[in-house]
Design a binder for this molecule. Structure first.
Ligand code: TYM
Length: 332
């Protein structure tokens, strides 16, 4: 049996980028990979690398859990759990910090970006967080890790740390492979289409949240920045805005970009955007409906309890093995 692991940080509401780059992939893979165990979690320990308000964090944890299910993850097939409820993540995180070098952490582009935006009170964990991410993955001997492009460097580091640990202490961890969507691994901002779609952008028109009001969603697509040309053509360098919209269209419909270009070759940007606005709204409508159904139900807690039990069982065994390999504690 193979294993798949992935997670999402509960720092605010999820975006269409998270959906296309991650959630939608999880759901597809759940149907395709029948010989694989899934461990999908809410990465709350990662959220506290930057300040979080207590009530908001609690709310976001529950909200992501509900969105996982609302987007189509089946708790019978997938173990869904909250990262901090499985203590071994933090334990192995420390061991990974004791495997990684400071220079490696300082080279992570996400750290450099985030550090650049913040001048004071940068938390140590913002620097060491990729070690925790490595732990999240290696704890379950994951073979496959579905992620968006922005996490590629962290996955490379994870692979290096697994290999380094195996060389130092003997074969202990599976070296995981990343899985990136064919289209949509990097959804861009709707207002600045050279940047990643990110909920921390100042202008809310830059991103679509999965729980945004659907009229607002349509308006955000209609007002997305494009160029002064009229041709609907994929050209990342010269037509970043329209290319991003084509990517969103292709990701949500599973129609190739070539076919979409062909379909709209005699249409205006306005017509194309109108169709896309409807496609996005039609994708989000059933997700929101299901979300509202389950967000306050005891079912959500039952699912997360079950997930935690299953994950803990595997994690405990793995830590035992790691301690033994390293000579920690009194394990013979
Ligand atoms: P996070 O919470 O920032 O993002 C969650 C997932 O969404 C993807 N993503 C995107 N994909 C395409 N276009 C975008 N604009 C976009 N924005 C986000 C991310 O690539 C990611 O797959 N460190 C991770 C969470 C994590 C994790 C793990 C993931 C913690 N431990 C172990 C995999 C395995 C993070 O902060 O992702």
């Amino acid at each position: 049996m193979k294993r798949l692991v992935s997670g999402i940080k509960p720092t605010g509401s999820l975006t269409l980028g998270n959906y296309i780059g991650a959630l939608r992939q999880f759901v597809k893979l759940q149907e395709e990979l029948i010989d694989t165990e899934f461990f999908i979690f809410i990465a709350d320990l990662h959220a506290i690398t930057t300040p979080q308000e207590r009530q908001a964090l609690k709310k976001n944890i529950k909200s992501i859990a509900a969105l996982y299910i609302a987007c189509g993850l089946d708790p019978k097939k997938v173990n869904l759990f909250v990262q901090s409820e499985v203590q071994e993540h933090a334990t192995l995180g420390y061991i990974m910090e004791s495997t990684a070098y400071v220079g490696e952490m300082e080279r992570m582009t996400q750290y450099k970006d985030k550090k650049g935006k913040q001048t004071e009170g940068i938390r140590t964990s913002l620097l060491t967080y990729p070690a925790l991410m490595a732990a999240d993955i290696l704890l379950y001997d994951a073979d496959i890790v579905p992620i968006g492009d922005d996490q590629k460097q962290h996955l490379e580091l994870t692979r290096n740390l697994a290999q380094r640990f195996n060389n130092l202490y003997g074969d202990t961890f599976v070296v995981p492979e990343g899985f990136f969507p064919k289209t949509g691994a990097r959804i861009k901002s709707l207002t600045e289409p050279t940047k990643k779609m990110d909920k921390s952008a100042e202008n809310p028109k830059a991103y679509i949240l999965l729980l945004d009001d659907l009229n607002q969603v349509k308006n955000k697509i209609r007002s997305a920045v494009t160029d002064s040309d009229t041709e609907i053509r994929y050209d990342l360098k010269n037509k970043a805005g329209i290319s991003n919209l084509l990517t969103i269209y292709a990701s949500l419909t599973d129609i190739s970009i070539k076919e979409i270009e062909e379909k709209y070759k005699n249409s205006s940007y306005k017509e194309f955007k109108e169709d896309l606005a409807n496609i996005v709204a039609d994708t989000l409508a059933p997700i929101q409906e299901k979300y509202n159904e389950i967000i306050s139900s005891p079912y959500l807690d039952e699912v997360l309890d079950m997930g935690r039990e299953k994950a803990s069982l595997i994690a405990r065994k793995k830590i035992f093995k790691v301690y033994k390999r390293m000579g920690l504690g009194r394990i013979k």
